[in-house]
Design a protein around this ligand. Structure first.
Ligand SMILES: [Zn+2]
Length: 307
């Protein structure tokens, strides 16, 4: 668990590292970003660094007793605030936070409360928490993980440092997936379909259904110039089975032609470029709600050189 292993989010990491380095840990932080954007990893790395007994630069060392208990999920000075219902109510804040807030930390200078789903805190719950944010003991540090910072009362927001996670670029996501040993082509397709979310990209890359789709689409793309018109219509019909994942399917095709170009596998680069344009055109038609089957038929006929 190191800041250097976290993709993107350079400014947030810089600020967290500076806080660790100077020992200036704030009282409360909101880490805001959509599902799968890496909030938890940032929070965990920051928390582990705050508690680490033997920092490696600004990073948690990973081997002291604090780091080991943290990674095992049993650190006595970390409170993972649970969301037993669909929201966090005043009872949750009282029972999980306020009741033990004045107990001194067991093994560290700080006790860290990590509040997942903090955007679901009700207004009364936020007001209860606010008192703690204003007058709570110095040892308490709050990391509020949120999917919507607009859900916070202005009074709560004003007491917290707000870190907003920006969606990652495809290149950042590909680099991260490749660090995890994922094939570059799969990483590229997963990134293209992840809406800037590492979590979603990792899930796509690990999905057996996705691999099956990839194999089927690649086979189609490789054979498209050798099949007749009846088989083209059958292929379009087959794509209809993947209607829910058509974005992924078309990306797989585009990346197939891009590879042909980049890896210099063709005597006819103009054809590969033309094919990428044909697929992009079909994507655009689908986004405009054109008839699915008709759009796929025209795309495959063009790719097959039949029209
Ligand atoms: Zn450590």
């Amino acid at each position: 668990m190191r800041f250097g292993n976290i993709a993107g989010n350079k400014n947030i990491i810089k600020s967290m590292r500076a806080a660790i380095r100077h020992g200036h840990i704030g009282h409360a932080y909101i880490i805001d970003g959509h599902l799968g954007s890496g909030k938890r990893l940032l929070a965990d790395t920051f928390a582990a660094a705050i508690l680490c007994q033997n920092l490696a630069g600004d990073d948690p060392c990973g081997i002291c007793i604090s780091c080991i208990t943290f990674q095992s999920g049993n650190h006595p000075d970390v409170v993972n605030v649970q969301t037993p219902k669909k929201f966090l109510g005043i009872d949750d804040v009282r029972e999980q936070i306020i009741e033990n807030i004045n107990v001194l930390p067991y093994s560290s200078q700080k006790r860290i409360y990590i509040i997942e789903n903090a955007h679901t805190l009700t207004a009364p719950a936020q007001n209860a928490l606010l008192k703690t944010l204003e007058d709570g003991p110095k040892h308490a540090v709050f990391l509020l993980l949120s999917q919507n910072h607009k859900a916070f009362l202005p009074t709560v927001l004003s007491r917290c440092a707000l870190y907003k996670i920006a969606p990652l670029g495809d290149a950042d996501i590909v680099a991260h997936l490749r660090k995890h040993g994922i094939d570059p082509n799969i990483a590229a397709i997963a990134a293209a379909n992840s809406s800037g979310s590492i979590g979603r990209a990792m899930a796509i890359a690990a999905d057996d259904g996705f691999m099956a789709l990839r194999n089927e689409i690649l086979e189609m793309a490789q054979n498209i110039e050798n099949i007749d018109i009846v088989e083209i219509f059958a292929a379009a019909k087959a794509l209809e089975n993947h209607k829910d994942h058509i974005g992924q399917a078309l990306d797989i095709m585009c990346i197939h032609y891009r590879d042909i170009l980049v890896e210099d596998k063709t005597d006819d680069p103009a054809a590969a470029i033309r094919n990428i344009r044909i697929i992009e055109e079909a994507k655009q038609k689908l986004s405009q709600n054109c008839n699915f089957l008709l759009t796929m038929e025209i795309m495959l006929l063009k790719l097959g050189g039949l029209i």
